[in-house]
Design a protein around this ligand. Sequence first.
Ligand SMILES: C[S@@+](CC[C@H](N)C(=O)[O-])C[C@H]1O[C@@H](n2cnc3c(N)ncnc32)[C@H](O)[C@@H]1O
Length: 216
Amino acid sequence: MSVNHDDILEPTDAKKIVEQGYDQLAERYAEVRTLSDGNKKYIDILAEHLPRDSCVLDLGCGPGIPITKELAKHFKIMGIDFSQNQIELARKNVPWGQFHKMDMTRMTFPPESFDGIFSYLAIIHVPRKEKAKLFADIHKILKTDGYLLIAIGNDDWVSEPDEKFMGEPMYWSQLGAEKTEAMIKETGFEIVQSSLEHAMFDGEDEQHYFVLAKKI
Ligand SMILES: C[S@@+](CC[C@H](N)C(=O)[O-])C[C@H]1O[C@@H](n2cnc3c(N)ncnc32)[C@H](O)[C@@H]1O
């Protein structure tokens, strides 16, 4: 039986691989990251649910383009990412946003700070041991009746030790669609809408699972 990353890595070491990997590939990632129809569709749906200029936090915002920039057309945006190089690019690409280098598993925002919380393809890098606490933290810092929008991998899958992304060592710990939705509901959210959407990334057709949930 093959060994996966979660069999052999402590969460701190797993997250270090992710942080260092994105520091190395930040500029190349920004060049190939495009706004897919599924990305745009869900940002527009979020914009139908939240008033204009609501405060939205983007978890794992990456280089800020094209996603955070698209969000910023509707909302006041704060982005966090633990990769220093990603945060520096985000500051350049979306100068009117607020960006902080921060690990989303160690957030220190006061309760009920945000109207919306958003995260595209970043929670897939959070160790599964830490996901329940992450959703609890998200729930705490979101206002009642606020919205959470995430895009994740569809499958329940953990990377293996030799895994690479764009040539750099990388770590993923995906729970997949079903387990993630169950966890979100258990945390105190109601699922508003979810679906599997196609997205092109660097010439590859990928499938991403989108979930829009409301804090009740
Ligand atoms: C695949 S990129 C997605 C970037 C952007 N959201 C997008 O849709 O293009 C994943 C990003 O999540 C960040 N990330 C992963 N785990 C994180 C964590 N625990 N705290 C903060 N950022 C994290 C990485 O540094 C990286 O920039």
